[in-house]
Design a protein around this ligand. Structure first.
Ligand SMILES: *[C@@H]1O[C@H](CO)[C@@H](O)[C@H](O)[C@H]1NC(C)=O
Ligand SMILES: *[C@@H]1O[C@H](CO)[C@@H](O)[C@H](O)[C@H]1NC(C)=O
Length: 316
């Protein structure tokens, strides 16, 4: 009995710990039908996270905590293998370390990136999902328990299937598109790369290529100066990053509780007129359930079970 009555206390303690006291945690969830190998790169001058690469099987999640002020990026590697000499490599998002851990190396483009700067100007976290280096996987970023605008962002659509032919990356057997390059990577043209004479927002404009990405994923960065509609802020949040999130037409325009929505909030997360690709069915599923609320319902169930047990003990 003594142990039983301590358990609810312990559970509420752990919940409080997980949901608030930890500053800056990232939960990566693989909702894809295949294994994804996330990579992590900390920005120069930022304390690196203890983990820089790992595997996530279908349905698996992993939570990493980040020191305050951390800045860096997450991405997913796909179709990874270890060869007979023990060298690890991936067809998309490879970091070239030859190992599971990226250990300070970034993703080879094309790769969808989730970028973060915690505790920046005005104490806000800045975050975005970027297709500036191309696209390899659908990704969703959901802030949890923060205050401020805290919009959900990401690129939910499978852009590989419908990738323009000159941007396509084919898999090893050549039968399917495994990634979609940025026009900068495909053609190296300063106009697409926003370099040289095009190195400022006045001269570097969206191209028909960047618009392919922008139309499908209105909240994601589609080229280097796409800031106005692609950067989001939130204070003191934890973040859930989902690979292959479920697509929903009822996806709210914003998770915001703020009366001053960010400019990008006016853009839909999914352009429903573009959801044709990858045979991905539009579902009427609700917004992806947040890990926090899942944890909460789990603890509610546990509490209920404990009380029931106690009640049974009292009765018999
Ligand atoms: C949605 O896609 C259509 C067709 O490509 C495009 O014309 C429209 O601008 C897109 N909407 C947004 C908000 O990006
Ligand atoms: C929300 O975003 C708007 C527009 O970017 C900004 O002016 C406002 O300060 C933000 N609100 C908070 C609480 O950060």
């Amino acid at each position: 009995m003594a142990q039983l009555s301590l358990l609810p206390l312990f559970i509420s303690f752990s919940c409080a710990f997980i949901s608030g006291v930890l500053s800056g945690s990232f939960t990566l969830t693989n909702n894809c039908a295949y294994t994804v190998w996330p990579g992590v790169l900390s920005n120069a001058g930022s304390t690196p996270l203890t983990v820089t690469g790992f595997s996530l099987q279908k349905g698996e999640s992993k939570t990493l905590s980040a020191p305050s002020g951390w800045a860096g990026r997450f991405w997913g590697r796909t179709i990874c293998n270890e060869d007979s000499s023990g060298k690890f490599s991936c067809v998309t998002g490879d970091c070239g370390s030859g190992k599971l851990e990226c250990a300070g190396s970034g993703a080879a483009p094309p790769a969808t990136l989730a970028e973060f700067k915690l505790d920046g100007a005005n104490g806000l976290d800045f975050y975005d999902v970027s297709l500036v280096d191309g696209y390899n996987l659908p990704m969703l970023v959901v802030p949890q328990g923060g205050s401020g605008n805290c919009s959900v962002t990401g690129c939910l659509v499978d852009l590989n299937e419908a990738c323009p032919s000159d941007l396509r990356v084919l898999g090893e057997d050549g039968s399917e598109n495994v990634a979609c390059k940025s026009a900068c990577e495909a053609f190296g043209d300063p106009q697409y790369c926003c370099s040289g004479a095009y190195g400022n927002p006045n001269t570097c404009k969206p191209s028909t290529y960047s618009q392919y990405f922008k139309h499908a994923c209105p909240r994601a960065y589609s080229y280097a100066y796409d800031d106005g509609t692609s950067t989001f802020t939130c204070a003191s949040a934890d973040y859930v990053i989902t690979f292959c999130p479920p697509i929903s037409t009822s996806q709210k325009a914003s998770s915001s509780t703020s009366s001053h929505p960010q400019a990008a909030d006016t853009l839909p997360l999914v352009n429903s007129s573009m959801v044709f690709v990858g045979g991905e069915e539009l579902t009427s599923r609700a917004e992806p359930q947040a890990a926090g609320s899942r944890l909460l319902s789990l603890s509610v169930v546990l509490m209920a079970m404990i009380w029931q047990t106690r009640l049974l003990h009292l009765l018999f």
